[in-house]
Design a protein around this ligand. Structure first.
Ligand SMILES: *Cc1c(COP(=O)(O)O)cnc(C)c1O
Ligand SMILES: [Zn+2]
Length: 421
């Protein structure tokens, strides 16, 4: 089993055999997994995929493992919702939510990348895994390493949301809070990775880890009836998810599972940490790292994004663009999605929703073509961002008259807000 050909440098093209390495020996460029597409084309069909289990491994030929997966067998195949209420609110014809806020087991798309990374780490023979995380990766590495009987040490910035902290320690992982930003945490982890022989999912295992994100793109195309959307709005932290959705579309085209639909990719960031979107908007050749990110979208707060350059490149090649959203707009985005579709997304989802809204209003995304929004995390994990921004509950004594009085008041006051506003 396994169709992986090599690791190839994204800068100079030099090829290397499969190993737990992530940078090119010749030029220090990042390495990417390549596959034998001719062989995959001969053995893989829509019908074969449709008969398989509802998880990311239904696309195993295009994932970088050599043996059946040992970790995360139930991850993925989240719902793709045709969002009719949201379509009416935005005045568009065809919009879909790829709802990874309910990804198994830790309610974010990171479960996709981690199940691939940890299955690969086991193949390489590691017994300890680690990562630098903005929160969701920590949750996923903690849960899946515990289930897979691997030791884990997880590093995060010290100021994350409580649910992301408790949602890591509950599994028994060692969690280390670092006094600094994500970029400080990542720099420290690079030094630690040089000294300790662990599988760092987003450092030495990164080429394999990152491939897991393609599964989100594969699923969207299958769920649309083997068709790529015209417009795809994707949140960006390191920029990896966006580049891998682009790769997923190209791979399905290459092996003949979908026809090219000229899909345009739109990257979404928070205004308080927008190195990639700022560079795209200004048509810069390189992005400027952000020193001190300040945003409620902590899961996206990477000031020096590892795949920033490649994300800019694929956005431009697709003829899409990028945009950012202020904290206020992020909250509005979360509320819009909740009040139209009944989906409670985390702050990263608010970023995606807000950016999509802006681009549609401005006519950048046309109203009569298919649009997919990647909603990547769950709102229950970032409740802090909504305190004081949503209506308070009513409190009454357990007496019928009290309720009747309240109900009268509410009916008169017209207190129920119009969801669409
Ligand atoms: C990590 C993360 C992203 C972005 O991931 P990259 O691949 O680093 O760009 C998006 N949404 C959520 C909820 C995340 O946790
Ligand atoms: Zn190279």
């Amino acid at each position: 089993m396994g169709f992986v050909k090599s690791l190839r440098c994204k800068e100079c093209g030099e090829e290397f055999p499969k190993a737990p390495v992530h940078v090119c020996e010749m030029c220090f460029g990042p390495l990417e997994v390549t596959y034998n597409y001719d062989e995959i084309k001969q053995s893989l069909s829509r019908e074969a995929i449709e008969k398989r289990g509802n998880n990311i491994w239904r696309y195993w030929e295009l994932l970088p493992i050599d043996n059946p997966p040992t970790i995360g067998q139930s991850v993925g195949f989240t719902p793709l919702i045709r969002a009719e209420n949201l379509a009416r609110a935005l005045g568009v014809k065809e919009i879909y939510i790829k709802n990874d806020s309910v990804c198994y087991p830790t309610l974010s798309f990171k479960d996709r990348v981690v199940s691939v990374a940890l299955s690969k780490a086991k193949e390489f023979g590691f017994d300890t895994v680690s990562c630098a995380s903005t929160g969701n990766l920590a949750n996923s590495v903690a849960a899946l390493s515990t289930a897979g009987r691997l030791k884990s040490l997880i590093f995060i910035p010290y100021d994350l949301e409580q649910a992301k902290v408790v949602g890591t320690t509950v599994y028994g992982s060692t969690l280390i809070e670092v006094k600094g930003s994500y970029d400080d945490v990542n720099r420290l982890c690079n030094e630690i990775a040089g000294k300790f022989n662990w599988a760092f999912v987003n450092i030495n295992i990164r080429p394999y880890y990152a491939e897991g994100s393609k599964s989100l793109g594969f699923e969207v195309m299958e769920q649309l009836g083997w068709r790529a959307p015209k417009h795809f709005v994707i949140p960006m932290a390191s920029g990896s998810l966006l580049t891998k959705i682009s790769k997923a579309i190209k791979e399905f085209e290459t092996i003949g599972l979908v026809e090219s639909n000229g899909t345009k990719l739109y990257g979404a960031q928070a205004a308080g940490c927008s190195p990639i979107s700022t560079a795209v908007k200004n048509d810069w050749e390189v992005f400027k790292p952000v020193k001190n990110p300040v945003t409620i979208a902590k899961s996206l707060a990477i000031g020096n994004p590892a795949d920033g350059f490649f994300a800019m490149d694929v956005i431009n090649q697709s003829r899409g663009t990028a945009e950012d959203a202020t904290d206020e707009e992020i909250v509005e985005g979360i509320k819009l999605l909740a009040m139209t579709e009944g989906i409670f997304a985390e702050t990263a989802g608010g970023v995606t929703m807000a950016v999509a809204t802006k681009l549609i209003k401005r006519g950048v995304i046309p109203r009569d073509e298919s649009i997919v929004l990647a909603i990547t995390g769950n709102g229950l994990k970032t409740q802090e961002s909504l305190i004081g921004k949503v209506s308070d509950p009513e409190l009454i004594e357990a007496r019928l008259e009290e309720f009747e009085e309240l109900y009268e008041k509410l009916s008169k006051g017209g207190k129920r807000e119009d969801a669409i506003g």
